[in-house]
Design a protein around this ligand. Structure first.
Ligand code: SF4
Length: 422
């Protein structure tokens, strides 16, 4: 029986769209329904299974686990803090304070995905826009190496393709053109019908060069199998766009070694048109982490804090401080993982190196990585069991409103308690 209907909308932390129109229906103290959320969001919101903290696989109370974590971190000479993309901005800021306190390396998942693009956006090197601008003005949408139908399921219904906006009143079939460029067919490419351009892996840069030639009236040439007429058609749609948006997915990011080609392409395109780029970051607050670390250090990830001889902190940055390089080179002597699961997101050859160092996990969910962890501290689920702020895919700050009170500490407070112990 439904006994409580919230008046206030909740925010879904299921992906970086942070949908803020979720109506929660409670059944007693349990969440019964999450109306408006997609399947992915519903499973995230309704999964409030209570799990215990652990030391060496044995269940302990949270304080014991926090004390043990503090002890390990205090004794570490070269600690690594990794994750935080599923934490609130407040927790991210505390983790940066902890990294400074213990002279740690700090990095997140953006280190091996969308970091370079977010970095360029924060430095105003790539033109971007908000999702509200997309809904109100966008007439050409390009899903490049992205499949939002699966990764960000409500992007098209809420902001990009289907909704009417200020200057998009005639409906999606007349007012918007959706294009997909990808190495394989996807749910999103099917939506784009004839405007799906299938290209071989790692040929995104070549297609950009061919399109740039076509913009300036030259005959585009590529080494792969695609009709020249189709490239000319695509270049015409892009050039004539009044307000274009490229949704840059991992397929595009992984095809590049840097982002110079993307930057040059966007600059060239914008001599004819008005295009913006939004990186399809996955975790709900990866942009928040990038922004918080950037504000503190000038870098979005791969940072090490080092105390110099005069007792001040030096900030070091570079590839050698990326989580992949750190683990590959067996640099850290203790690893603190917050809200992420390296055994599902990293190559196994790298993740398995965690078995060789003391590993601490702060996570509300059961993860594969915790099977090798020395300490597991259960935290409250942000956005569901505790509140805070997060930065949406487009850079907009969204307040997360807690739905239930599980009595569990949030990761922000757990990190603060670790610092108090240290
Ligand atoms: S699209 Fe993302 S934020 Fe929106 S309801 Fe689905 S999972 Fe949640």
């Amino acid at each position: 029986m439904v006994i409580f209907l919230r008046n206030k909308y909740s925010v879904c932390p299921g992906c970086s769209l942070l949908c803020d129109d979720i109506e929660i229906e409670m059944k007693g103290t349990e969440i019964d329904k999450a109306n408006n959320a997609c399947i992915k969001g519903v499973s995230r919101i309704k999964d409030t299974k209570k799990l215990e903290s652990k030391i060496d696989g044995n269940e302990v109370n949270q304080d014991e686990a926090i004390f043990k974590a503090a002890e390990l971190l205090q004794n570490a000479n070269n600690p690594l803090i990794f994750g935080l993309d599923n934490s609130t901005t407040e927790a991210q800021l505390e983790a940066i304070k902890l990294a400074k306190l213990i002279s740690a390396t700090i990095d997140d998942n953006s280190s091996f995905c969308q970091g370079p693009i977010v970095n360029a956006i924060l430095k105003n090197e790539l033109k971007t826009c908000t999702l509200d601008d997309v809904r109100d003005y966008a007439d050409v949408l390009v899903f490049w190496g992205a499949d939002p139908s699966n990764s960000h399921p409500r992007l098209n219904s809420k902001y990009a393709y289907y909704p009417r906006g200020k200057e998009r009143q005639r409906g999606w079939d007349e007012d918007r053109t959706a294009i997909a460029i990808d190495v394989r067919e996807s749910s999103s490419s099917v939506l784009c019908k004839d405007n799906f351009y299938q290209i071989p892996p790692r040929s995104d840069g070549e297609l950009m060069t061919a399109l740039s030639s076509a913009f300036s009236g030259k005959m585009p040439k590529v080494s792969f199998d695609i009709e020249t007429q189709r490239i000319l058609k695509l270049s015409n749609i892009l050039k004539k766009a009044k307000y274009g948006v490229i949704f840059a997915g991992l397929g595009l990011t992984y095809s590049q070694t840097g982002i110079e080609t993307i930057k040059n392409f966007l600059t060239e395109l914008n001599t004819y048109s008005n295009f913006h780029l939004i990186p399809m970051v996955g975790h709900y607050n990866m942009r928040g982490f990038n922004q918080a670390l950037y504000n503190e250090t000038g870098y979005v990830n791969r940072v090490k804090f080092v105390k110099n001889e005069s007792g001040n902190l030096d900030i070091k940055h570079g590839l050698q401080y990326s989580v992949l390089e750190q683990l590959n080179n067996k640099e850290p002597d203790t690893v603190l993982i917050i809200g992420t699961d390296p055994f599902t997101s990293m190559p196994h050859s790298v993740a398995k190196k965690l078995k060789e160092v003391p590993t601490i996990i702060i996570d509300p969910c059961e993860t594969l990585t915790e099977k090798i962890a020395d300490v597991v501290i259960r935290s409250a689920k942000s956005g569901i069991e505790c509140g805070g702020n997060a930065i949406r895919i487009d850079g907009t700050c969204v307040e997360l409103v807690p739905i239930i009170n599980s009595g569990c500490l949030c990761d922000e407070h757990i990190i603060c308690k670790i610092m108090e112990e240290i």
